[in-house]
Write a protein that binds this ligand. Structure first.
Ligand code: KIV
Ligand code: NA
Length: 264
């Protein structure tokens, strides 16, 4: 199948169609999601949470995260693979941002990087784009700034709406091919989508964006932790796995497994 490119995503917006992104952190899940038709795979720094059991994304390092990103690339035949740049790996300077983004392109082989950014540091996005690397910008609620933003809260309410739109415009101006916006009111998402030419992706932001994204362990019901309101559970993998493992254990206890056909 032909690889999805950034210009295909732009076409979705032009034609009023929607696309889908799901996170992935390993080759096998990436391959399942890819074959199911998802247009984008995101190796999020949410790997800190769902792969490493951390309660924050701040802890994951570039060296740890590159391994996941490389695995996702190996499993994805058609989807465009995006990797988050981890906290601390691109905020210090435009040069640091380019250095880190280049590592993801070179060592993991991803097709684009994602940076949490705003109008004030859009020049970091610009530097990476100038290096020839497609950048997805992440605005609205940005988890790496959790402690500055006062926890996981909806952004862009009331007076703050202007800032979200200004950030999105500045990030488009800096060359981002797509603007992801997290946890803002649905009406504001519609305004952001209208304010920029590039496609937007929403999470906890209603239906106004061109694309949607969810974390796979959340949407497929593997995660049994507390889920944000914006997650829809499309399957109960935890229930399926639990039942299967109980059956296996029971078979072993009863001496039913392995049977003759599993035996040499
Ligand atoms: O890290 C992540 O998974 C993300 C998405 C949920 C947007 O940034
Ligand atoms: Na992220």
């Amino acid at each position: 199948p032909k690889r999805i490119r950034t210009h295909h995503l732009q076409r979705f917006k032009g034609e009023g169609r929607k696309f889908t992104m799901i996170t992935a952190y390993d080759a096998m899940i990436a391959n399942v999601l890819d074959e199911a038709g998802v247009e984008l795979l995101l190796c999020g720094d949410s790997a800190a949470n769902v792969m490493q059991g951390s309660d924050s994304t701040l802890s994951i390092t570039v060296d740890e995260h590159l391994v996941y990103a490389k695995s996702v690339v190996a499993g994805a035949k058609r989807a465009l693979v995006v990797a988050d740049l981890p906290f601390g790996s691109y905020q210090a300077s435009p040069e640091q941002a380019v250095h880190t983004a280049v590592r993801y392109m070179k060592e993991a082989g991803v097709h684009a990087v994602k940076m949490e950014a705003h109008a004030g540091n859009a020049h970091h996005v610009r530097a990476v784009v100038d290096a020839g690397i497609p950048v997805m910008a992440h605005a609205g609620f940005t988890p790496q700034a959790e402690h500055q933003l006062g926890g996981f809260r909806v952004q862009g309410r009331g007076e703050q709406a202007r800032k979200v739109i200004d950030d999105a415009r500045a990030l488009e101006e800096a060359g981002a091919f797509c603007i992801l916006v997290e946890m803002i009111p649905a009406t504001l998402m519609e305004e952001v989508e209208a304010a920029v030419q590039v496609p937007t992706i929403g999470i906890g932001a209603g239906t106004g964006s061109t694309g949607q994204v969810l974390v796979w362990q959340d949407m497929l019901g593997l995660n049994n932790g507390r889920l944000p309101r914006f997650v829809k559970k499309y399957a109960d993998l935890r229930g399926i796995i639990t039942e299967a493992v109980r059956n296996y254990r029971e078979d072993v206890a009863q001496g039913i497994f392995p049977a003759e056909e599993h035996t040499f």
